[in-house]
Write a protein that binds this ligand. Structure first.
Ligand code: MN
Ligand code: MN
Length: 465
């Protein structure tokens, strides 16, 4: 090879270029990338709702010697704890050896809810030989994408006497699945000429759940009755019990490798389990001198509200309780704390190049993506992280050899999005967004690169160092 010219050398020294992590990784690291993806896929299949993700996290933590924490419990350096909030959000944490008032918390905040189709409170009806459940979708979806695919039902029903019954149908090979109808193209002329947002109406997202008439001539609504009789037999549910149920229809398909080379993973709910899993495994399986918290929260997709969303005081209370137990002043602690708000961003998709600004879009396989700001139309609603903190995180990643990139979600005037970052930052905690780029975000089946999943994990390890 000929020697590099002066200009070439100068260019190398002065220019910034994104790296493809697969390309940069050694053979050994490549194997680590692929091995880590297997654990992630198992998590995706086990945890399709926030409740299931919460259960998974607790089991994983318990297996690694973590024990449950309650407000008021004493804490000491080296403790490994998990805190469950209503079965729908969980914080897994380690108490570090550093002085908490001087060092603060290292928080990794991700969410475990995902867009889906929720069942209404009085849902069951029969029409034209079929039984359906009425629904109200959860989160930002393209409604038409949720028709004509296999769906599973997940959730809980609280019976009249207060008993909680868990429902999970459609995941096992022999299970039935559920289904939302679409119109055949032969009769779809008018439907297809309308706006995509109106192709399927919210009230058309009815889930097909039965078609067998109950064998009794005297009964009206025979199909509905046969569905009710199955539900009663299997779960002890009556129609009235739907009033206090939380049931969701989610895609029934499992996580699968994509491509001849298996570089990518398709699954339901990468947003935001692709950040929750690395956060969880980083804290569960790695020690840290810092006090580190993996926060797996609910309700991000509908505004982070409620008792289980990040805006709930419970998370602030938890941090205050931990501070108190360690004899630290919470105000001082949070002023020293740092947070990676870990949520996905849009991956640049060459098939829809028009909505991206390529220089600042997240590229698939170029590592986990830091968004200094999110928001829309003039950064509105965004935690715009300050350059000092971005610089600090950048240094942590450089020291640990993390392959990462920066990203902005789409062209300036096209759209935007928000995350939990601003709510954490409001507590006087330096926060920046960092997460995996996703193809087809919020679709029933989303795609990510295995390299980016592992990069995200590596980034968390650097943050915990
Ligand atoms: Mn998200
Ligand atoms: Mn989302």
């Amino acid at each position: 090879m000929s020697e590099k010219s002066k200009g070439q050398l100068l260019q190398e020294e002065l220019s910034y270029k994104k790296l493809n992590y697969f390309e940069k990784a050694s053979e050994e690291e490549r194997q680590e990338i692929f091995a880590y993806a297997e654990g992630y896929k198992a998590f995706l299949d086990a945890a399709k709702t926030e409740r299931e993700a919460c259960e998974f996290a607790v089991l994983l933590a318990k297996d690694a010697g973590f024990t449950e924490y309650h407000f008021g419990d004493p804490l000491a350096a080296g403790d490994k704890k998990y805190f469950v909030n209503r079965g729908k959000s969980v914080v897994v944490f380690r108490v570090g050896s550093e002085n908490l008032e001087e060092d603060g918390f290292r928080l990794i905040a991700s969410h475990i809810d995902a867009p889906r189709i929720d069942i209404k409170q009085n849902p069951l009806y029969e029409d034209s030989g079929m039984a359906f459940l009425k629904t109200h979708y959860y989160g930002g979806i393209k409604k038409y994408q949720w028709t004509a695919i296999p769906l599973a039902l997940h959730g809980v029903v609280i019976l009249k006497d207060g008993t909680k019954v868990c429902v999970r149908v459609g995941e096992e090979k022999d299970d039935p699945v559920f289904y939302i109808d679409d119109l055949l193209p032969h009769l779809g002329g008018e439907q297809m000429s309308g706006k995509a947002s109106a192709i399927i109406d919210g009230e058309q997202l009815n889930v097909l759940v039965g078609g067998l008439p109950y064998a009794d001539r005297e009964v009206s609504e025979k199909v509905k009755l046969s569905v009710l009789s199955v539900l009663h037999e299997k779960y002890g549910i009556t129609e009235e019990d739907f009033l206090s149920a939380e049931l969701s229809a989610v895609p029934a398909f499992g996580a699968r490798d994509v491509g001849f080379d298996r570089a990518l993973i398709a699954a339901y709910g990468h947003d935001d389990r692709v950040c929750a899993y690395p956060a969880l495994t980083a804290v569960v399986f790695n020690e840290s001198r810092h006090t580190v918290l993996a926060m797996l929260v609910d309700k991000e997709e509908i505004g982070s509200e409620g008792t289980t969303g990040i805006q709930s005081k419970v998370f602030e209370d938890l941090m205050e309780e931990i501070s108190l137990a360690l004899g630290a002043n919470f105000r001082k602690v949070r002023a020293q704390s740092k947070c990676l708000s870990s949520d996905v961003t849009a991956a640049y998709d060459p098939n829809f190049a028009g909505v991206y600004e390529k220089m600042n879009a997240a590229m698939v396989s170029c590592g986990t993506a830091m968004c200094k700001f999110t928001g829309a139309r003039g950064k509105s609603g965004s935690n715009d992280a300050n350059a000092e903190f971005v610089g600090e995180v950048r240094k942590m990643f450089a020291e640990e050899g993390v392959v990462w990139q920066t990203a902005e979600l789409g062209k300036v005037d096209v759209g935007g999005g928000g995350t939990v970052a601003k709510f954490v930052a409001n507590l006087n905690i330096d926060t920046v967004d960092l997460g995996v780029p996703v193809i087809s975000m919020h679709a029933p089946y989303e795609v990510v690169s295995k390299a980016d999943v592992y990069s995200n994990y590596r980034a968390f390890l650097a943050f915990m160092k």
